[in-house]
Design a protein around this ligand. Structure first.
Ligand SMILES: Nc1nc2c(ncn2[C@@H]2O[C@H](COP(=O)(O)OP(=O)(O)OP(=O)(O)O)[C@@H](O)[C@H]2O)c(=O)[nH]1
Ligand SMILES: [Mg+2]
Length: 200
């Protein structure tokens, strides 16, 4: 697998390898929430309050209670063991921050695309982005309270996903649930590369 850095000279301190995983999806799909649930360090967030200036630009239908939005990225970290860390980068959800994506995606192992079934079409651009660049991804269907529940196969059809792309129902606020999404991504990447699938 590719790593962000593999700085392991024989002299000097041993530095852990770092895997980079992107958390993407539409505006308000739960990216910041998922990174916060998973990160062992206080996540770096770049949240700004949504003001009346963004009316007409940021579509709040379905997420009317939302008061802030990510304007650059979220960053979190998970230590797997002393040799391996996972860095999580949450992408900004709005179209006007697309210019940041190529920087964020550089060297990434893969991505989680969070889908909100109340606004499914919002995750199409993320899916297109990773498909076009050949970056492996899984889809996490974030189950918001009160949102209509759809069967996983109905969502797969609506997203027109390749059959091998894993889909996982999740609750972005729940660490255990969020971990299962990451595990499905790592297994998917291993399968794609013909490497042994790690035991969770
Ligand atoms: N009920 C429920 N609420 C959630 C869940 N995930 C996120 N939320 C709430 O949904 C709102 C939006 O979540 P964020 O994590 O800010 O979404 P985001 O994708 O980072 O949004 P942007 O950065 O603006 O694109 C917050 O108020 C969260 O508390 C979930 O799984 N269930
Ligand atoms: Mg956010």
């Amino acid at each position: 697998m590719d790593y962000v850095r593999s700085d392991r000279g024989s002299s000097g301190p041993r530095l852990p390898l770092a895997l980079k995983i992107l958390i993407a999806g539409g505006f308000g799909a739960g990216k910041t929430t998922l990174v916060s649930a998973l990160s062992e360090v206080r996540p770096l967030q770049t949240e700004e309050v949504l003001t009346s200036v963004s009316i007409g630009t940021d579509d709040l239908s379905g997420v009317e209670a939302k008061t802030t939005t990510t304007v650059a990225m979220d960053f979190g970290r998970i230590t797997i063991n002393e040799d391996l860390q996972v860095y999580l980068f949450g992408t900004p959800g709005q179209d006007r921050f697309w210019f940041l994506w190529d920087e964020l995606a550089f060297g990434a192992l893969g991505a989680v695309v969070l889908a909100d079934t109340r606004r499914l079409a919002d995750c199409f651009p993320s899916i297109d982005y990773f498909e076009q660049r050949g970056i492996p991804f899984v889809v996490g269907v974030n189950c918001f309270d009160g949102s209509r529940r759809f069967g996983i196969e109905a969502v797969r059809q609506a997203l027109d996903l390749d059959p091998e792309v894993p889909m996982v129902l999740c609750d972005a606020r729940d660490r255990q649930s969020a971990k299962l999404v990451l595990i499905s991504l790592v297994e998917h990447v291993a399968r794609q590369r013909g490497e042994p699938v790690p035991v969770a």
